[in-house]
Design a protein around this ligand. Sequence first.
Ligand code: NAP
Length: 218
Amino acid sequence: MKIGILGAGHIGKALARLLAQAGHQVGISNSRGPDSLLDGTQTLRDLAYALGHGVKAFTNEDAARFGELVIETIPFGKYMELPAVQVESKIVIDTANYYPQRDGQIELGGLSQSAFIARHLPRARVVKAFNTIQSAHLESQGDTSRPLDDRRAIFIAGDDQEAKDVVTGLIEQIGFAAVDTGSLADSKVQEPGTPIYGPDLSARQAREALKQSQSQQG
Ligand SMILES: NC(=O)c1ccc[n+]([C@@H]2O[C@H](COP(=O)([O-])OP(=O)(O)OC[C@H]3O[C@@H](n4cnc5c(N)ncnc54)[C@H](OP(=O)(O)O)[C@@H]3O)[C@@H](O)[C@H]2O)c1
């Protein structure tokens, strides 16, 4: 599958490497474009080359256009810069977490963080995923040789079951197991500060922890 990744930071790089290794065609973007320097010596194009497996550097719009599925993994506060038109009708994986001290004060109007992002991408099929795992663990903990129940859980949420099934497949291809927390509205249960945000749980443990967390929320 062609996958466009918006954001070439910790999570963007990890997902680009893992998904390209798994055989997908991956294009990645950042806020500066393929040829601007990142750190004095390296551009996004250099970074993409170093990721290997044919990963390409794109502008944001081109990455969104390229992807049959698009992953948005930029800081939450930059949501206005996401290319809404180019992702229309596509599955968009939202990895973002809202941290007011980093992202500034944003009025979510009672929405979950991913429902808020989805409102900005009105015709996209948004699935929340990968927000509860640190990038270093994403890089190191996938293991396709393990049975699904024993793999590290990646919590997902969304309103489109077919889109969630596609994302579940990608998660399994890179050695993890998806655990579904429900709709985008329900996805508050996997936001920062919740019991299931962060801990290293197998899928079996994650389903149990999710049940407890949901019953505490009433
Ligand atoms: N780090 C983690 O372990 C982790 C875990 C789970 C979820 N998350 C969440 O995932 C998101 C990304 O986190 P991160 O740690 O990977 O971020 P990061 O390392 O700070 O990188 C952010 C990336 O987004 C790019 N970016 C910023 N504005 C953009 C725009 N308008 N268009 C395209 N690219 C843009 C940046 O490019 P430039 O440098 O060119 O601006 C940079 O490549 C955040 O919401 C974070 O809370 C992070």
